[in-house]
Design a protein around this ligand. Structure first.
Ligand SMILES: Cc1cc2nc3c(=O)[nH]c(=O)nc-3n(C[C@H](O)[C@H](O)[C@H](O)COP(=O)(O)OP(=O)(O)OC[C@H]3O[C@@H](n4cnc5c(N)ncnc54)[C@H](O)[C@@H]3O)c2cc1C
Length: 418
C-alpha cells in the first residue's frame, strides 16, 4: 500500500512515521518551501506522548521540551482557583510536555527524514486537486519554485493540511471561512527567570481576558534562565463578524493593541505579564477560530486528519495531541485491513470523529478553563474564601470532565492498549 500525506505539520509527520512503522509506503507533500520550525509553545498531553514514545521519540522530546509538573488556574489577581499535577507527577505513565511547536515539528521531521528518506518528503508542493477513481487516488501539486505541476498516485490520500485544508474544502465547498468567537490570541516566547517549580504552567484571568504562561525550554548555554511561553486571550469582538485579520499562525501582533488587555488587568505574584510581554521582541496574533464538526471525514480512498478534520480552539492543549492520536489510529487501521482501504478509513472516522467533535464543542465553552470563567463571573473583584464562590466538586467536574472527554484521564492513558 502507498499513502500520500498532504501537509507536513505535526499531524502529517506523525502520520508518516506511524504508517512507515506499520510497513506502509508513504510520501509527504508540504506547500511550504522548507519545513520550518514555526510557532511558539504548545502542550502535548500524556496520551499523545505515549504514542510518540512508542515511535521512539521520548529522548528527543526531553532534549527540547519540559516535562510539565503542574497547572495552576488563578483569577486575574493571582488567587488560586484550581491546581492540578500533570503527567508523571499526577500518576500518569507518560509525561506531559510543554514544548516549542516548531521543535516538536522538527523532531518529527528529522525522524521522517531518517526513517522514510528525504526522497519521500516533498516541500514546496501545494495540493491543488485530486481524483479518486475507486482503485487509486491521483493528486496534483503546484511546485512554486519550479513553476510547474506534478502528480502523484497512491492507494490512499490523507489530508493533514490544517485549518484551511484544500482536501476538506473539496468535500465541503460551501463551508466558508472558519468561525470566529470574537477572541484574539497573542502568543510569544522569551527567555526569563524560572518561576515556581520551573515546570509550572499558569492560566490566569477569566471570561474577557486570560494570561497563560509556562516554560518550554532550558537552554544549557544559559543556565538559570528558561524560555517562557506566554499567551493572552482577550475578547475584541462579539463574534458576529469575521475576524479583523485572516487567521494565520505566523502573523505578528501589535503591542499597543495587546497591552490594552494586559496593562493594569493582571496582578500576579509569580510573574509580571507586562514585563514579560515587553521583553519579547516579536510575538504573534491569531483569532480564535474553529469550524463546525462535519459528519464525514472519509470519502472513498481519501480522509482528513488533525486540524483539517477537527479544527478547534487552542484551549485545553488538544490541537497537536489529537492530531497525533488521529495518526496512530489511522495507521493501525490501515495496516490491519490492507485490502479494504475504504473500510479502514470509515473505521478511523467512526473511532475518531465523534470524540474530537465533542472536544471542538467543549472548547467553545472554554474547556477546562471554565473554572476561572465561573469564578470571575461570581467574584469579579476576587474572593476571601474560594469555597464561598464555588464548591470543589463544581470545579473538579469541569476539569475532570474535560480530561475524560478528551481521553486523557489517568484511566484512559495508563490502560494497556487493546
Ligand atoms: C506555522 C504554524 C504555527 C502554529 N503555531 C501554533 C501555536 O503557536 N500554538 C498552537 O496551539 N497551535 C499552533 N499551530 C497549530 C497546531 O500546530 C495544530 O493545531 C496542531 O498541531 C495540528 O496540526 P496539523 O498537522 O493538523 O495542522 P498544521 O500544524 O496546521 O499543519 C498543516 C500543514 O499543511 C500544510 N498545507 C496546507 N495546505 C496545503 C496544501 N494545499 N498542500 C500542501 N500542504 C499544505 C501547511 O503548510 C502546514 O504545514 C500552528 C500551526 C502552523 C501551521
Amino acid at each position: 500500500m502507498k499513502a500520500i500525506v498532504v501537509g507536513g505539520g505535526i499531524g502529517g509527520l506523525a502520520t508518516a512515521l506511524s504508517l512507515h512503522e506499520r510497513g506502509i509506503e508513504v510520501a509527504v507533500y508540504e506547500q511550504s518551501r522548507t519545513i520550518r520550525e514555526l510557532g511558539v509553545g504548545i502542550n502535548t498531553l500524556p496520551h499523545a506522548i505515549k504514542e510518540l514514545a512508542a515511535l521512539g521519540l521520548l529522548d528527543a522530546l526531553d532534549r527540547v521540551g519540559i516535562r510539565t509538573h503542574e497547572l495552576i488556574y488563578t483569577n486575574r489577581f493571582g488567587q488560586q482557583v484550581w491546581r492540578d499535577l500533570r503527567g508523571l507527577d499526577a500518576g500518569y505513565e507518560f509525561p506531559q510536555f510543554s514544548i516549542h511547536r516548531g521543535k516538536l515539528q522538527g523532531i518529527l521531521h528529522q525522524a521522517v527524514l531518517e526513517r522514510i528518506g528525504s526522497h519521500n518528503v516533498h516541500p514546496g508542493h501545494q495540493l491543488v486537486e485530486f481524483e479518486d477513481d475507486g482503485g487509486s487516488v491521483t493528486a496534483r501539486f503546484d511546485r512554486r519554485d519550479a513553476g510547474d505541476t506534478v502528480t502523484a498516485s497512491g492507494d490512499v490520500l490523507i489530508g493533514a493540511d490544517g485549518i484551511h485544508s484544500t482536501v476538506r474544502s473539496t468535500f465541503y465547498p460551501d463551508q466558508g471561512p472558519p468561525s470566529w468567537n470574537g477572541l484574539m490570541l497573542w502568543r510569544g516566547a522569551v527567555e526569563g527567570e524560572p518561576f515556581l517549580t520551573g515546570r509550572s504552567m499558569i492560566i490566569a484571568g477569566g471570561m474577557n481576558a486570560k494570561f497563560v504562561c509556562y516554560p518550554i525550554y532550558n537552554n544549557p548555554d544559559t543556565p538559570g534562565r528558561t524560555l517562557i511561553n506566554w499567551a493572552v486571550v482577550a475578547r475584541i469582538g462579539d463574534g458576529s463578524s469575521p475576524p479583523p485579520r485572516r487567521e494565520d499562525w505566523s502573523r505578528l501582533g501589535q503591542r499597543e493593541e495587546l497591552m490594552r488587555y494586559v496593562d493594569g488587568v493582571f496582578t500576579l505574584d509569580v510573574i509580571d505579564p507586562v514585563a514579560i510581554i515587553n521583553s519579547t521582541v516579536d510575538f504573534y496574533e491569531y483569532p480564535m477560530c474553529d469550524r463546525d464538526p462535519v459528519e464525514r471525514w472519509s470519502f472513498g480512498r481519501v480522509t482528513l486528519l488533525g486540524d483539517a478534520a477537527h479544527p478547534m480552539y487552542p484551549v485545553g492543549s488538544n490541537g497537536a495531541s489529537q492530531a497525533i492520536l488521529d495518526a496512530r489510529c489511522l495507521a493501525a487501521l490501515l495496516a490491519a485491513c490492507k485490502d479494504d482501504v475504504t473500510g479502514a478509513l470509515k473505521a478511523y472516522e467512526a473511532e475518531r470523529l465523534p470524540m474530537t467533535a465533542d472536544i471542538v464543542r467543549t472548547n467553545r465553552k472554554g474547556g477546562p478553563e471554565q473554572v476561572i470563567d465561573l469564578v470571575e463571573e461570581r467574584a469579579p473583584d476576587g474572593f476571601d474564601k474560594l469555597a464561598d464562590v464555588a464548591t470543589h466538586e463544581e470545579l473538579e467536574a469541569m476539569v475532570r470532565g474535560y480530561a475524560s472527554l478528551a481521553k486523557f484521564s489517568q484511566r484512559d492513558v495508563n490502560r494497556p492498549k487493546a
